[in-house]
Design a binder for this molecule. Structure first.
Ligand SMILES: [Zn+2]
Length: 326
């Protein structure tokens, strides 16, 4: 059975690859969102080891005992963390609302302060650095398999924190896109997206709108249709799609292409004297020399930035030729 997008299921992938027995809830949250949900305290008083939840701060205060964050069977904390991790099934409304407040606070902290987002990504990189090559490979395959499974997963009827379809699609698509780049950065980004989606659920909509170079949300919205399954299919199997060009500028060397400066981003087509038949063009705004050829055409800015590679030349020319003959 495919697993829903839940923090616990996401974290399980890591724990399994590392061969660890499933840690307790507080440790699992602290692992990927250090200091954001749990405030760790030191206690000299051996009788005061139980964790407590502070309503004003929306934070859990806990003490580490024998390497683990200790809850001392505090039922309220177990209920709150169970909801954040996504495994609790009871219907205690008070704890659900508390977990929701934590979700809102975390989403705001990540969206409003780019150093918080960058810090989370650094933490993921630190974990990846500790893995050996074989573990990285198994981890990559497990995360990719899980992300693909999310495309068709059906959520339960009485789902805790139901997720807005658009937010869900963005997160799953971004994760698949990042993994498809086959890079370490892609793996780290995808992992963080899945963790945030599983933990914050619909509140994650706030962070899909940030655009920070250190932590790259990718919006490649121009799919064949709006459905998540089709967009992912187009991403993974572009060869199955016959490209079609409908523009009327077929007199140009590269119909339908807008040229932007690699140096300053200026729209070169609008600069005086620009002609796409030239082999290169010196930007009149910043002086950068831009090569004008097929290997410098990208489907969109995200492909250019992420290193996903230029457009398929054969497909591009085939679509343009077809249009010219019409
Ligand atoms: Zn320029």
């Amino acid at each position: 059975m495919e697993k829903e997008l839940r923090y616990g299921y996401v974290d399980d992938l890591y724990e399994t690859v590392m061969g660890r027995k499933k840690p307790a809830a507080l440790d699992r949250l602290e692992e990927w969102f250090p200091g954001m949900i749990v405030t760790e305290e030191t206690s000299d008083d051996k009788t005061r080891t139980a964790a407590r939840y502070d309503d004003r701060e929306d934070r859990i205060h806990a003490v580490r005992v024998n390497g683990k964050l200790y809850t001392s069977d505090n039922d309220r904390i177990a209920q709150i963390t169970g909801r954040l991790i996504g495994t609790a099934s009871s219907n205690k409304e008070k704890e659900r609302r508390t977990a929701e407040r934590i979700q809102k606070r975390l989403a705001a902290e990540i969206a409003e302060d780019s150093s918080t987002a960058a810090g989370l990504l650094d933490n993921v990189y630190a974990h990846l650095t500790e893995m050996n090559n074989e573990q990285i490979q198994r981890f990559y395959e497990a995360v990719f398999g899980y992300a693909l499974g999310l495309i068709t997963v059906e959520e339960g009827e009485s789902t805790l924190f139901p997720m807005d379809e658009e937010v869900y699609s963005r997160i799953v698509y971004n994760a698949v896109y990042q993994l498809h780049t086959g890079t370490g950065g892609g793996l780290a980004n995808a992992w963080l997206w899945l963790l945030c989606g599983g933990l914050l659920r619909s509140e994650a909509g706030r962070i899909t709108r940030i655009y920070d170079s250190a932590w790259t949300p990718l919006f490649r919205e121009e799919g064949i249709t709006r459905s998540l399954a089709d967009k992912v299919d187009y991403l993974l199997h572009p060869e199955d799609y016959e490209p079609y060009y409908w523009g009327d500028d077929t007199g140009k060397r590269f119909p339908g292409i807008a040229w932007y400066c690699d140096g300053c981003g200026a729209h070169l087509d609008e600069q005086k004297g620009f002609d796409d038949r030239l082999p290169e063009w010196k930007c009149t705004a910043c002086g950068t020399v831009n090569t004008i050829d097929i290997t410098h055409i990208y489907e969109n800015e995200q492909d250019y930035r992420s290193g996903a590679g230029p457009v398929n030349a054969r497909q591009y020319y085939a679509a343009v030729d077809k249009r010219r003959k019409e």
